[in-house]
Design a binder for this molecule. Structure first.
Ligand code: HEM
Length: 206
């Protein structure tokens, strides 16, 4: 039995075996890479979306196209991350943490997983309902052809126009939920780091 794994779950690959066996209180290397890569891409994507309106006209289309490509990349990485999560048990939170804090952390993590899917999917739905979608095919990073959601793109324009606005509003509200959750997630990590002096951040850094 692998007693050094927090849950007794067997590590699945060489990197994970090393990471899990050597530091039972750390996430595996795969989990760390996925965490920081997704975090970086989400922040870049929010910055691109929020700056789009204030950019010179000729920049808007390439910036929004990059935003779409990064968003679809996040969707793929989120899928990998969920596969990692269901096949590995993360290191448990320190026993000293009060139950309300554990519950808040678990709720925030669950909702962040939800948003890693809901944000790209709502953006993709919004984009698929765009009236010019059929005449402006999507290419990931300008190179790889990527489909729109066919049944949305092919709807009657009278149905599609209001849907485009509604999906756009959904995308925006999910963005607001993301800001609130990120504040809670980062604020919680900083509280443990600076006030409680009981780091949880080090579990997610090599
Ligand atoms: C990590 C995933 C994503 C994040 C965090 C994200 C976030 C955002 C945010 C914060 C906005 C600004 C909303 C507002 O304040 O009104 C936005 C706008 C937008 N997003 Fe996303 N998004 C993601 C993925 C996608 C995807 C996959 C697509 C399409 C395939 C997409 C298409 C759009 C479009 C078309 C806009 C409107 C831009 C404009 O015309 O100003 N997004 N997104």
């Amino acid at each position: 039995m692998n007693t050094s794994t927090p849950s007794g779950t067997a590590p699945r690959d060489g990197l994970d075996a090393h990471a899990t066996a050597a530091h039972a209180s750390h996430y595996s290397r795969t989990a760390m890479i996925l965490h920081w890569l997704i975090a970086l891409l989400i922040m870049v994507n929010v910055a691109l979306a929020l700056s789009a309106e204030s950019l010179p006209g000729e920049w808007v289309r390439p910036v929004i196209d990059t935003h779409k490509s990064i968003g679809i990349t996040v969707l793929g990485l989120a899928l990998l991350r969920v596969l990692w999560r269901v096949s590995h048990r993360p290191p448990p939170l320190p026993r000293e943490f009060p139950s309300w804090e554990r519950m808040a952390a678990h709720a925030a993590h669950f909702l962040l997983y939800f948003l890693m899917f809901a944000l790209p999917l709502s953006g993709w739905m919004h984009d698929s309902a765009w009236k010019a979608a059929a005449t402006h095919p999507m290419h990931l990073f300008g190179v790889i052809p990527f489909p729109r959601i066919g049944f949305i793109m092919n709807l009657d324009p009278a149905v599609k126009e209001p849907l485009h606005d509604q999906f756009g509003a959904l995308h925006t509200y999910l963005g607001y939920a993301l800001y609130a959750l990120l504040a809670m997630h980062i604020g919680g990590a900083l509280k443990h780091e600076l006030i409680d002096r009981h780091s949880v951040l080090k579990r997610m850094v090599p």
